[in-house]
Design a protein around this ligand. Structure first.
Ligand code: HEC
Ligand code: HEC
Length: 266
């Protein structure tokens, strides 16, 4: 090695070290600014959990316990909410089932008591207590590319025995019922399948993948739209309504005809 090449080599060495220092500095700055940028987000979710905890203590703890561990002491009852997940809270509170007003056989659907922001906070609080299904994203319950025919098939094998083939609901044992599906939003349908409220079995993604849930949602939306092939559905309640319809409409026509003939004769 000549002395010039050695000097050049030394200079390159210095440049490499400087470059590395510069890169570390820039990299460090980038990392810290990312960390700073994401810090408020973590702070916000901690606030959300705290806000949810407050709402929980005011509105839910009397039945579900101060730590959501559940209560069953004869005078009040509520199951444990540890591990039910954000999806169960979102479903129960957004459909107005919770807070339950009074002990009942079944929590009926009613207008929600909490705002969407409060529901988000309650869900965040319960989710912080233990792992459970998260609230599905819009992509998950988007049924626009779903297979309607497959959805019909899946609905008839998994849901119709309780909710009726037309999704109008039906009675179960002990005064309980499977409600009509005519008011459920795609998100609520997804959440119901994910969490299995009350007597309903749950259909986790491991046994019923997302794509099948979307097909079922597409089919329920189809039922809700009221498109029925082959004329009036008459509420899809079965042969009794159909019979009543024929009787009233048919008799009405006969009466009208009789009146018309009577008028002509006179
Ligand atoms: C008057 C008592 C009462 C109050 C108040 C109440 N709950 Fe409930 N909750 C119940 C009972 C009883 C059940 C089970 C009944 C059922 O599933 O129909 C239940 C079920 C639930 C479930 C379903 C659990 C599961 O395993 O899927 C969730 C989630 C829930 N409650 C959340 C809440 C939240 C959040 C609040 C407050 C906003 C609340 N509850 C207030 C009594 C109550
Ligand atoms: C064993 C009977 C049973 C089966 C099977 C069943 N459900 Fe349910 N479902 C119920 C009951 C009971 C409720 C009401 C729970 C409550 O009030 O807490 C319910 C509630 C729902 C709701 C909420 C409706 C609303 O307006 O709030 C939806 C949506 C739903 N089910 C969809 C389905 C779908 C989709 C399937 C098939 C994949 C299905 N269910 C299968 C019994 C059943």
């Amino acid at each position: 090695m000549t002395s010039t090449s050695l000097r050049r080599h030394k200079a390159t060495g210095t440049l490499v070290v400087l470059g590395a220092l510069l890169a570390t500095g820039v990299g460090y700055a980038a990392v810290t600014s990312v960390a700073e940028a994401s810090a408020p987000a973590t702070a916000a979710s901690a606030t959300l959990v705290e806000e949810g905890r407050q709402l929980y203590l005011e509105g839910c703890a009397t039945c579900h316990g101060l730590g959501a561990q559940g209560i069953n002491d004869g005078s009040s009852y509520g199951p444990s909410l540890i591990g039910v997940g954000a999806a169960a809270v979102d479903f129960q509170v957004a459909t107005g089932r919770m807070p339950l007003a009074a002990p009942a056989n079944q929590a009926p659907r009613k207008p929600p008591v909490y705002t969407p922001e409060q529901i988000e906070a309650l869900a965040a609080y319960v989710a912080s207590l233990g792992p459970g299904p998260a609230i599905p994203t819009e992509d998950q319950y988007d049924s626009s590319d779903a297979d309607l025919a497959e959805g019909g098939e899946l609905f008839r094998t998994n849901c119709a025995q309780c909710h009726n083939a037309a999704g109008k609901g039906g009675a179960l044992s002990e005064g309980r019922y499977a409600p009509t599906l005519m008011n459920a939003t795609p998100k609520e349908i997804y959440e119901a399948m994910l969490t299995g409220p009350q007597n309903m079995p749950n259909f986790p993604d491991s046994t019923m993948p997302e794509e099948q849930k979307q097909a079922i949602i597409a089919f329920v939306e189809h039922l809700q739209s009221g498109d029925s092939p082959g004329g009036f559905a008459l509420g899809s309640l079965g042969p009794v309504t159909e019979g009543v319809f024929i009787w009233t409409a048919g008799l009405g026509l006969l009466l009208a005809a009789a009146v018309w003939i009577g008028a002509k004769v006179r």
